[in-house]
Structure formats: C-alpha cells, structure tokens
Design a protein around this ligand. Structure first.
Ligand code: ADP
Ligand code: MG
Length: 535
C-alpha cells in the first residue's frame, strides 16, 4: 500500500538533524564516507546472511556505484546490499536505535559550536549527514529475498514519506538532491578525491561514473583483514609505504587477529628508518583505528608514547562506526585492545632481540624512545628494561642488563651506571676509575632519557641500579688516615661554599680527586641539565 502521508521523525532524530544541518558546514564531505560505509555494511550483512540462506546470495560483481546527474543536481549511491523493507526504512531511518548515536548527539549538543565540525568530522552521524549537502534525500530499497521495493523521502525537517517503488534487484539507492551551495559535490573528480582519503581499504569495490563509464575508485584491499598466508612481502611493504609516507622497508611487520572476548585485526610496522626526529614534541601514537574497515581516527592512542614510532592499523568489530570521542576515551574495548597490542609488540621485540646483529639497527633508531617506557610505563617497566641495550665499559658492543649481570664478578652486588651527555667523556670519567679497577662493569648512559629512568627502575633482577658517582660505601675508608685528615680539612674549608663534604675514598685510581653527588641528590649530569633547563 502507498503511504503518502508524512510521518514525523522521532524527537531525537529531529534534534540530530537540526544540529547536523545547522552547525556543520566545514566537514560536509563526510556525508560520502557515511553513505558508502552504510552501503559496504549492507553488502557485508547480505554476504553474512547468505551463508545460511542461499536465496540471499550476493551477485558476483557486488559493488557500490556512485553517479552524478549534473542537470538533475543529484548524486546517487547504489549498492547490492541486504536492502530494507518498508518497516526497516521507517525504523532505521526514522528513529535512532543505537545508543552510540544517542550519546554522540548529546556530546554534540553540549559541545561549543566551533567544536562541532571536528567532532562530526571524526565520528560522523550516519545516514543523516546526507542532509548536510542535500535538501531532499530519497532512499529506494529492496530487501534481498523479496520483490517489493519502497522509497523513503525526506527534506530533513519535519518527517518522511514512504511510498511503493520498483527496483530490479535487491539493494539500495540513496539519491541526494544537492543544495544550491554544495555544487562542488556534483563533480565526480571531487567525490573521487574524498574517497581516496579513506576508502582504499574497503574491500567492496567502489565505482564512480565518469563520462558514461564506471571506474574503480578504491583499491579494495583491507590488507590487515587478510590471512597472513594471502599477503606477500611486497603487499606489506607497499602498504607500509602508503601508511607512513615512507620509502624504506619495515624492520618488523606484525600482523595478527585476535579472537575471543574481543575481536580485532592488527597490522603494525616497526619502521626501518625513524620517520621523525626522536626529540619531536608529538609523543602520541598515531596507529589508525578502523571500525569494520572504515577509518575512524589516528588519535585513539592505541599504543603508549614509548611505542609511537610504530605505524599501523587496528580494525575492530566491537565498536560502532559512530563511536564518539568520549567513548574512545572510556570504552573498555579500547583499553583491552591497547593492552593486547603492547603485549604483542613486546613479545615481537623479545624474539627479535635474540639476534643481536638484527636488533642493533632497531636500537640505534628507537632505543631512546624505548627507554622512555622504562620511565613511563608502570606495567611494563622491567620488560622494557630487558629489551633496552646499552653501551658499557665491557667493550664496543651493546649489552643487555641480563648479559651485564651474567658478567658480574661475585664481589659485585649492584648494577653500576654513569650518565653524561658525551659518551667518550663519561667513559673516561674519574668517577668510574675505582669501580673499573675492581673489575666491575659500568653502563655508559648518554641519551637524554638516561638521566631519568634508572632511578625509576631502581632495581633489575633484584640488583640495585647505582650511579657510579653516588657516594658508595664500598669505597669509603672506615676512618680517614691521619696523614690525610689535615688535607681533607683544608680542602673542606677552601671549598666550603661548594661542597658538603670532603672524603677519602678508594674510588680513584689515576685521578687525585673527583666530584660526587651525595646520595639523596640527583646525579651531577642531571643537575647540570636541569640548571640549563632553568629549573
Ligand atoms: P549506522 O550505520 O551506524 O547503523 P546510520 O545512520 O548510518 O547508522 O544508518 C542507520 C541504519 O539504516 C543502518 O544501521 C542500517 O540498518 C540502515 N541503512 C542505512 N543505509 C543502508 C543501506 N545502504 N542498505 C541497507 N541498510 C541501510
Ligand atoms: Mg552508518
């Protein structure tokens, strides 16, 4: 039957539409993302349902087709998806059923007007975003497995109409009647540019009509969703280059999917070359979050800062496409994904670290960033310390803490290190003479972060980390020999303003005197650093 009467929108839809249409001009182009995502979802759903009902089977060449009619001023997005019945049209497009969208609407309503465009740009508002560019939207849909088609029409204000229609095959056509001020979208080239940004990795073929012919508009390779055995080294490398705008080879490629309580696919790359100077201000991870293949944001901090050099994609089924910023910050789904990602990366590094030669380039590129984790990451501090490599007085090769400990003579109880900006100078420092004379090895730490993490770590494998320059009981003479007492007293009075104490020590072998920090103070190099930073 034909329903020519206009039905009102659900109150929430009305509110959302009002926000969408009135406050979101700068991010209008996302309408295409939303509509293509819906079309891709509908195809995915049909494919899934066809698994148990053959009559729903997708046509071989199932696709999403986008065409422009400049004269009629329309854009049509057609799909071979599952389609909708009249009831579906009324309930899916007339109400907001999903709590995610409701929460998002609330966030949007509370946000300052100038913040709204970026909110919507990141998360979208689904189907209704069509009204940013169209003054009338039609949806002609035929549910797979049925012959009847229906047309839903709305001007995005009061409500919508549903009428009978015809459609040769199951699927949907969304027809946008473009607003006078949105002419730019009537150019297929413009639409193609928008698609390029994010649609490449939608696995359903997307085609755009140009000069009477439908041309592919996406590569259709959601590489991360493929099985490892179906992906070549070359595919990985190309994707890595595309993702990180790099030209080299990844040092490590980590590709897996997690199943069980939380489902996601992840494809992570550890670059061969650092894409940024390690001192860069931006300390956040920009691993991309996808939901059902659609790019959502690269701002979800999927990895901790100390793994910010990793490039990649994480794709989950367990979040709605319209996930809000608030939700990204608070959802346990992401917290669990993050945890799984860090653990997986640590496992990979552990296994790669067994080959010292192959591990070295990684340490040279990212060692200093990695060590930030010893300082920052309460959960993984010790594991990260085990992965770090250091210069030491043992030789020219880098050493791990474990190897250092294995070399410790029985008389040595603690792990000794010295910090300083110049690796050659610290190696020659009088502060380590005595320790070396005893046959003890000293870690030579000369990265900025080295001034900070040893105190945080405090112990490793039950051994204390001790700064070679800190007053250490192993060297102090029980009592100052009489012959030297006059000298220390004289030195103390001469240097009174600068030192708290002058002690006799067996710390030195070649040098007559050395400065030492007293136990409670930060070490000398750090003191110098802090003075320079004006602290
Ligand atoms: P979401 O995609 O997050 O569910 P939308 O507002 O984008 O939210 O779409 C609302 C609903 O309308 C979808 O969940 C789906 O049921 C239906 N829908 C939208 N577009 C299509 C389409 N092309 N084919 C089939 N169903 C669709
Ligand atoms: Mg949608």
């Amino acid at each position: 039957e034909t329903t020519e009467t206009t039905r009102p929108f659900d109150a929430e839809v009305g509110r959302l539409l009002d926000l969408v249409v009135h406050s979101l001009y700068s991010e209008r182009e996302i309408f295409l993302r939303e509509l293509v995502a819906n079309a891709a979802d509908a195809i995915d759903r049909r494919r899934f349902l066809a698994l148990s009902d053959e009559s729903l089977a997708l046509p071989e060449d199932a696709s999403i087709r986008i065409s422009v009619d400049k004269e009629a001023r329309t854009i049509t997005i057609a799909d071979d998806g599952i389609g909708m019945t009249a009831e579906d049209l009324a309930s899916h497009l007339g109400t907001i059923a999903r709590s995610g969208t409701r929460a998002f609407t609330e966030t949007l309503a509370d946000a300052k007007p100038e913040e709204r465009p970026s909110l919507i740009g990141q998360f979208g508002v689904g189907f209704y975003s069509a009204f940013m560019v169209a003054d009338t939207v039609e949806m002609i849909s035929r549910r797979a497995g049925t012959t009847a088609a229906h047309k839903w029409t709305s001007d995005g204000r009061g409500g919508y109409r549903i009428a009978e229609a015809t459609r040769d095959t199951p699927g949907s056509d969304v027809i946008l009647h473009i607003k006078p001020d949105a002419d730019e979208y009537l150019e297929p080239v413009r639409l193609e540019t928008i698609l390029r940004k994010w649609a490449d990795h939608i696995s359903v073929p997307i085609r755009i009509e140009r000069d009477g012919k439908f041309q592919p508009a996406n590569e259709g390779t959601a590489l991360w969703r493929k099985r490892k055995s179906d992906v070549t080294e070359q595919d990985y490398t190309e994707f890595y280059r595309h993702l990180g705008h790099m030209f080299d080879q990844p040092w490590a490629t980590i590709h897996w999917s997690a199943e069980g309580s939380i489902e996601f696919s992840a494809l992570l790359f550890i670059p061969g070359q650092s894409p940024f100077p390690v001192t860069e201000d931006d300390r956040e991870s920009h691993v991309r979050l996808h939901v059902r293949r659609m790019f959502i944001t690269d701002d979800a901090k999927l990895l901790p800062g100390w793994l910010r050099f990793i490039e990649g994609v994480v794709d989950t089924e367990d979040l709605p496409l319209n996930v809000s910023r608030e939700m990204l910050q608070s959802t346990p789904v992401l917290a669990r994904i993050r945890k799984a990602l860090v653990n997986r990366v640590i496992t990979e590094l552990k296994s790669r670290a067994r080959d010292a030669e192959a591990y070295k380039p990684f340490i040279e590129q990212f060692g200093p960033v990695l060590k930030e984790g010893i300082y920052d990451d309460n959960d993984h501090r010790t594991e990260i310390a085990a992965l770090a490599r250091f210069r030491s007085t043992h030789g020219d090769d880098l050493t791990s803490l474990d190897d250092y400990i294995a070399r410790m003579p029985e008389t040595q109880k603690d792990i000794y290190y010295i910090t300083g900006e110049d690796p050659e100078r610290i190696k020659a420092s009088p502060q380590i003479e005595g320790l070396r004379a005893k046959g003890f090895e000293i870690l030579l730490l000369s990265d900025q972060i080295d001034f900070f993490w040893p105190e945080r770590l405090a112990t490793y494998a039950d051994k204390k980390l001790v700064h070679a320059g800190a007053a250490s009981d192993i060297f102090e003479a029980a009592e100052t020999p009489a012959a030297l007492a006059t000298l220390t007293a004289a030195l103390k009075s001469a240097l009174d303003a600068h030192v708290s104490e002058v002690r006799v020590s067996s710390r030195l072998t070649d040098s007559p005197a050395a400065l030492a920090a007293s136990g409670a103070q930060p070490d000398l190099a750090l003191q110098r650093l802090m003075r320079r930073a004006g602290r």
